[in-house]
Write a protein that binds this ligand. Sequence first.
Ligand code: WT7
Length: 635
Amino acid sequence: MSNYSIKSLEEYFQVYRKSVRDPETFWEEIAEEHFDWRRKWDNVLQWDFSKPQVKWFDGAQLNITENCLDRHLQIRGHKTAILFEPNDPQAEAEHITYRDLHERVCRMCNVLKENGVSRGDRVCIYLPMIPELAITVLACARIGAIHSVVFAGFSSNALATRINDCDCKIVITSDGSYRGAKILDLKSIVDSALEECPQVSHVLVAKRTGQKVQMKAGRDKWLEPLMEQAYADFPAEIMNAEDPLFILYTSGSTGKPKGMVHSCGGYMVYTAYTFKNIFQYREEDIFWCTADIGWITGHSYIVYGPLANGATTVMFEGIPTYPDSGRFWEIIQKHKITQFYTAPTAIRALAKESLDFVTKYDLTSLKVLGSVGEPINEEAWHWYNNNIGKGQSPVVDTWWQTETGGIMISPIPYVTPTTPTFATFPFIGIQPALMDDAGNEIYENQTQGKLCIKFPWPSMARSIWGDHERYKNTYFTAFDNCYFTGDGAFRDEVGYYRITGRVDDVIIVSGHNLGTAPIEDAINEHPAVAESAIVGYPHDVKGNALYGFITLKEFGETRDRDNLMKEINQKIAEQIGPIAKLEKILFVDGLPKTRSGKIMRRILRKIASNDTENLGDISTLLNPEVVQNIIDATS
Ligand code: WT7
């Protein structure tokens, strides 16, 4: 019998040892006993990080939606699979049973097929958090088409880049979307994106807000009538375990966004197994992850992980502050949520509000509180633990990445003793390592280093779409025979990990991964701008905020600076999305550079965080004099 559900610390140690000593036997048992396969694998694992190539369960055949839907129909067909909570608190929540979901996914498969989608095609999904989003994702998986979900807060430019990068021919969207008191015009964002994407021949539009939209004849169709007419059954395509399941874009420190490619078999096994243990999931639970399905957290822990376990998973359309800052807590009471999984930035924002928003509601249904996306600071951890969990629900600080597919370092609630700011132990099967600057592994505890993973795990990304070389260079060349995460970490005397943050030019703002290069590119498009450098600095709600140091073509430029700042942020919103807007902008007469012309972001980071005492040696700069000018300009 495999160790599908870990119940004690002793058992964790024992299972962990087994998973590391003999990973193949370990994962084979999990895969065999808890999932439906049409055919078993030829090999559990083949890997070579120097290529890099990783294959889990190769030769096995399956369809992930048979595991997420069909196999539950007999035993829990009438159980709620997706519990949809709309933006409007007065509107009724929708309970979509496993039977309903199966039927709607099958209809969607037929609609997609009739609109030209077949196995291997890439499908762009640009939808708000409404049931159609999960349904389209699952329908793609059932057909064997590769979904590429783009978060519906991204701008038309960002959307176009992502559509073109993986050459999607079809986009699924909605007329508009509700975000608190606001309505966003999704369809018109798609329309302007598609001016750059001539290959897109079909656009399917879900009706959500009922607002007026332009429908381009021959290209655009309303989704609902097609769904009504579609046949309610669809045989799942038989996929190889290593076939791509989806592409999801994440920012890099340089260049265009990276389309991380995840595959069917290993991803299913690992997301399901982590979901079961890290949330101590039981049949009667109501699980709520507040992420958007446009991010990996939503893919793995709203859709695939929960559904593979036959769970009830909540999809929330709205925002935490609408109609007021009690919305999360109201929903927890209303649906008797048992596991709640959110981001530190949301916790910090809500912790600033009156506690009355919390104490009004009965939160006793909660058993586990999760945190993800960025380091959770001690104060936020305690607020969450004391006021939401009342000290009764363990806080699981889960560290992972778009690239890892599933949670990598995390406590197991009721098993691993928690300590604020520590993600604690590696999950089963995960072999982390800390590296020193010379590239050697540090074996001692009580030490800090660059965080790598030494051995493959089933849900790791297999490539970057269209650019395997970049995949290799980004993750597998910094350290020999290791996956490099881009994060730094501290390991304490018992072996607990605390993630200290990015060690590259990626900045995590409100839990969103933002690369500096694309933001700088957007700023540099402004005609008045000569050069720019973006750094992060600590922000009490967002974790980090963006600080832009900008030189103008004519420093004496007489134009109104406030206006210029607005225009620059407007450019960023157009190119990337509002999440990438700068919190602070400083116009300077020069940026500190090395003699080879590289901008010294290290120095700007210190200035941005008011830490000008410790600038380090600046005498080797090309232009040391600009540093004092910048410092003077900040005051
Ligand atoms: C980066 C990955 C997969 C979750 C959503 C973000 C940071 C994530 C934690 C945590 C400290 C964290 C890391 C990581 N991060 N979780 N619990 N503690 N840092 O996915 O957008 O791919 O970002 O988020 O820096 O590398 P992502």
